[in-house]
Design a protein around this ligand. Structure first.
Ligand code: ADP
Ligand code: MG
Length: 234
């Protein structure tokens, strides 16, 4: 589902020379199978977001190869990435990234509009999704009228609405209290079990790793696999 081979990434502060080079990812390789919940745990600054941004096509790696859904995406240009993301990937962020001027319903509907889905079909898909994430009574609320947990549910619904096979999440519970975190982790696990969606989650939080089938650790840009199968991914 996701294969990364010998990925290296450096940032340069100022001129592109050795003195100014910060190497953030060092020869990172991993393979994640369909239906897994894979977690990369690492301290702040260890390169987690950089890794996720490269897998999402928001950042181009210095070297290495990335294959997602059997497609070599390493040299995709921005246009192809945009199309690929809309077709295959969903995103969840720590800060939810909802559009404040749109209601819950409209935020979830947006990717369908971008995909050119007919309005009638959009309404039925969004209504079903609201049920799925337990927000059937909050469709007309704006983000600032929702709790953090509810906002994260909206963002999960928005990620899911296009039926992606992979959801990439950067610190999905980083802004939530521990009770709400548990609730969101239960939802992720349910979606994985019932819909077979693959999750790739990066986090500094060990609790998140507790729901994963595979765990990795990123330490100063070096990735190692730390955990076995905690439960059988389908
Ligand atoms: P994490 O998500 O694990 O906290 P990041 O991937 O955001 O870590 O950052 C890893 C390292 O790369 C940090 O030292 C950070 O300062 C550096 N870094 C991240 N983005 C940039 C950038 N655009 N330019 C220069 N350095 C960066
Ligand atoms: Mg980060």
């Amino acid at each position: 589902m996701i294969t990364i081979e010998n990925l290296n990434h450096s940032f340069f502060i100022g001129k592109k020379n050795e003195e100014n080079e910060i190497t953030v990812l060092k020869d990172v390789s991993l393979t994640i199978k369909q239906g897994e919940i894979a977690t990369v745990v690492g301290r702040s600054g260890s390169g987690k977001s950089t890794l996720l941004n490269i897998i999402s096509g928001f950042l181009t790696s210095t070297s290495g190869r990335i294959i997602v859904k059997d497609i070599d995406v390493t040299n995709f240009n921005e246009k192809r990435w945009a199309k690929f993301r809309l077709e295959h990937l969903g995103f969840i962020f720590q800060s939810f990234q909802l559009i404040p001027s749109l209601t819950t319903f409209e935020n979830i509907e947006l990717p369908l509009t971008l995909k050119g889905i007919h309005p009638k079909e959009r309404v039925s898909l969004v209504n079903a999704m609201l049920e799925e994430v337990g927000l059937q009574n909050h469709g007309s609320h704006y983000p600032n009228e929702l709790s953090g947990g509810q906002q994260q549910r909206v963002s999960i619904a928005r990620a899911l609405i296009t039926n992606p096979s992979i959801i990439l999440a950067d610190e999905p519970t980083g802004s939530l209290d521990s009770e709400t975190e548990k609730e969101i982790l239960r939802l992720i696990k349910k979606l994985n079990r019932e819909k077979g969606i693959t999750f790739f989650i990066i986090t500094h939080d060990d609790n998140v790793a507790s729901i994963s089938s595979r765990t990795f650790q990123l330490h100063d840009g070096v990735l190692s696999e730390t955990g076995g199968v905690l439960y059988e991914a389908k």
